[in-house]
Write a protein that binds this ligand. Sequence first.
Ligand SMILES: Nc1ncnc2c1ncn2[C@@H]1O[C@H](COP(=O)(O)OP(=O)(O)OP(=O)(O)O)[C@@H](O)[C@H]1O
Length: 267
Amino acid sequence: MLEVKKVAYSYQEGQTILKDLTLEFKEGHVYGLLGANGSGKSTLFLSLMGLLKPQKGMIAYQGKPLSYKKKDLYIYRQEVSLVFQNPDQQIFYSIVKDDVAFALRNLGYEEAEITHRVDKVLLELGISHLKEKPVQYLSYGQKKRVAIAGALALESKWLLLDEPTAGLDPEGRRLMMSVINRLAKQGKNIIISSHDMDLVYDCCDYFYLLADGKLLTQGTKETAFIDRELLLQANLEQPWLVKIHQQFNLPLFENEQSFFSQQNKKE
Ligand SMILES: Nc1ncnc2c1ncn2[C@@H]1O[C@H](COP(=O)(O)OP(=O)(O)OP(=O)(O)O)[C@@H](O)[C@H]1O
């Protein structure tokens, strides 16, 4: 389990960004972390990775407070990996296959194992054809998938995805959603930060909604999005499946796919 216990974080004195935040992430779930721009999602992710150290409270992993010693963080980050919002923050090598292999090489894996893992994740993400390509010539969406490939190659238990669909076109967004759903089925523990309500509703099974560095509300698909006014105050909208559920008295569908297959049955 990953825990955020009464965490407060400020980049500079007098301006607290995370305010006494307490959240629990248990294994076997896909969590959605929702909040408007500036609500503190990325700051929370950086804190979860041990890249920022809370001034108050603590991050705990498997019941123990996170140790900020270099050696301990090195081990921790093999279990918990983050894919940054902007792929350029994550991509270091010029050729795709080398970039994806970067962390594994750093960790001293055998070349045969590295090749096996790199090929596997590139295939999973549908980007095997980019293997030998220079990263600089890739589109934004392709770069995003390369950044995810690097994190997946580590086979960490936890995957933190910061705004996985930001900047993607509809096709890129669909691909990303199917990748996330596939990873979830494979049992990866995932936390997705986003303000894309529909993506998060579709892919996640538990939700934390943040507003101004504080927890606004939390819950499941059935409970987290009920209060439209509360969400609007936090500059968030209800997912469209929740809107049609409330406004047209339709059942609450789990995801787009189940809604459309139900409609097709009717026709
Ligand atoms: N390095 C920094 N120094 C000072 N303030 C920062 C820094 N990074 C972020 N902030 C501030 O912290 C607040 C929260 O930012 P953060 O990036 O965590 O929000 P977010 O929810 O991820 O936003 P977005 O949806 O736009 O990515 C914002 O007011 C931002 O200006």
